[in-house]
Design a protein around this ligand. Structure first.
Ligand code: 7TS
Length: 407
């Protein structure tokens, strides 16, 4: 099999500088194209000033750079109203923002919060803690044997007193792609909020927020070729307008009286303090890069790599692949190799220049249900090709042979 990279490795300075590296940990963070690095340094070389706060030309340039970035990222994610895109540090902060600001204003004792067994801790712990703080009931929707959300169980769990259903677009631990619109419809039947963790969705699939059906969608820039420390929350305008602010300080106020304060309009109400302009500018360059590749092609490329990887890994004795079949899976494979601890396996692979992640993938509730402590995960992106899969498979097979020889 010869699957070529979708994006040339030469566009990514780190990969170009380390030709032997098989980088298979893009679900944790992606490598950055030169275009993103150039956009960030260009911003500092040309436009840097504190936006919103100065009437001078340079401050206007910084404000403009920040706003232009918001416009293009909102367009990329399919939100017609760019002011409903709130910049945050990433998915974790976006979900905490919702659980804290919306949650404490709207959830009370006797209400129900529903999450799923697939969730990353970032979309689990904030809701669990909200339930503990308010006295609401916290319920976890279990999965089918194939690792997919059991929609019949979800329908039963989402009762009239349910206030929020929080679920991921794509599982970072086992790759399940969830039927977002169907889950949102189940939540909306009882008037609950549908909150989607898009950390593993936005980098890989066309999001189309305005037609997706959810009320709020969280994402991280660093998982989609952008810099660390920037991401966002896109939400329906009426939801954001009805929510109290999350943090208080500069930029988010309209009028500060001695005894009371009023809030600025969206998006500023949720962006207290000096914003991460370089991050926004870098992320806008990243989405421009993804747009030029085409998100349909990104998805098709990852699907081809995952199919090839699952076919080949399945031939290794003692290897168990977790998660749904390749056709319903995002761009990653997650597996165990009998008694070889994933941490040991990933270290042995590292010695062969193969970077994979081993651990619970911040999904301990899921690991418990799967009956494992950890898995080894290889995740693919636009710069990977079939030689990365070949290297992974032969290195894992090699470890398995060595292991078999010692038992
Ligand atoms: N949700 C999902 C589904 C994720 O995969 C991650 C990060 C997060 C939330 C948190 O994103 P952050 O950008 O705010 O940190 N996932 C991973 C991972 O799989 N390995 O390292 C980080």
């Amino acid at each position: 099999m010869n699957i070529k990279p979708l994006a040339p490795r030469s566009d990514f300075p780190l990969l170009a500088g380390d030709p032997k590296l098989h980088y298979l940990d893009s679900a944790a963070t992606t490598q950055k194209p030169q275009a993103v690095l150039d956009a960030i340094s260009g911003y500092y070389e040309r436009d840097n000033a504190n936006p919103h706060r100065g009437a001078y030309t340079l401050s206007a340039a910084a404000t403009e750079a920040y706003q232009t970035a918001r416009d293009s990222i909102a367009r990329f994610l399919g939100a017609a109203d760019p002011d409903t895109l709130i910049f945050t540090r990433g998915t974790t902060e976006s979900l905490n923002l919702l659980a804290t600001a919306w949650g404490h204003a709207n959830v009370k004792k006797g209400d129900r919060i529903v999450v799923t067994r697939l969730e990353h801790h970032a979309n689990f712990v904030p809701w669990q803690q909200l339930a503990l703080a308010t006295g609401a009931e916290f319920r976890i929707c279990e999965l089918t044997a194939e690792g997919e959300i059991d929609l019949a169980k979800l329908s039963e769990l989402v009762t009239k007193n349910t206030k929020v259903v929080a679920f991921g677009h794509v599982s970072n631990a086992i790759g399940t792609v969830n039927p977002v619109a169907e889950i949102a419809a189940i939540a909306h039947r009882v008037g609950a909020l549908a909150v989607c963790d898009g950390a593993q969705g936005a980098p890989h699939l066309t999001v189309g927020f305005d037609s997706l059906g959810v009320d709020a969608y969280a994402f991280s820039g660093h998982k989609m070729l952008g810099p660390m420390g920037i991401g966002g929350l896109i939400a329906k305008r009426d939801l954001l307008e009805s929510m109290p602010p999350y943090q208080m300080g500069g930029d988010m106020i309209a009028l500060v009286g001695d005894n009371a304060t009023t809030w600025n309009v969206l998006p500023h109400k949720f962006e207290a303090g000096t914003p991460n302009v370089e991050g926004a500018v870098g992320l806008a360059a990243a989405v421009g890069y993804l747009e030029s590749l085409g998100m349909d092609k990104v998805h098709a490329h990852e699907t081809a790599l995952v199919r090839y990887a699952t076919e080949r890994l399945a031939t290794i004795e003692d290897l168990t692949l977790l998660g749904p079949p390749a056709v319903r899976r995002g761009g990653l494979v997650s597996f165990t190799l009998r008694d070889v601890h994933p941490h040991d396996l990933s270290q042995l692979l590292d010695a062969e220049n193969i970077a994979v992640r081993a651990g619970h993938h911040c999904a301990q509730p899921l690991m418990r249900a799967l009956g494992v402590n950890a898995t080894t995960r290889a995740s693919f992106y636009v710069y990977n090709d079939s030689s990365d899969v070949d290297a992974l498979v032969s290195a894992v097979a090699h470890v398995r042979e060595r292991f078999a020889a010692t038992v």
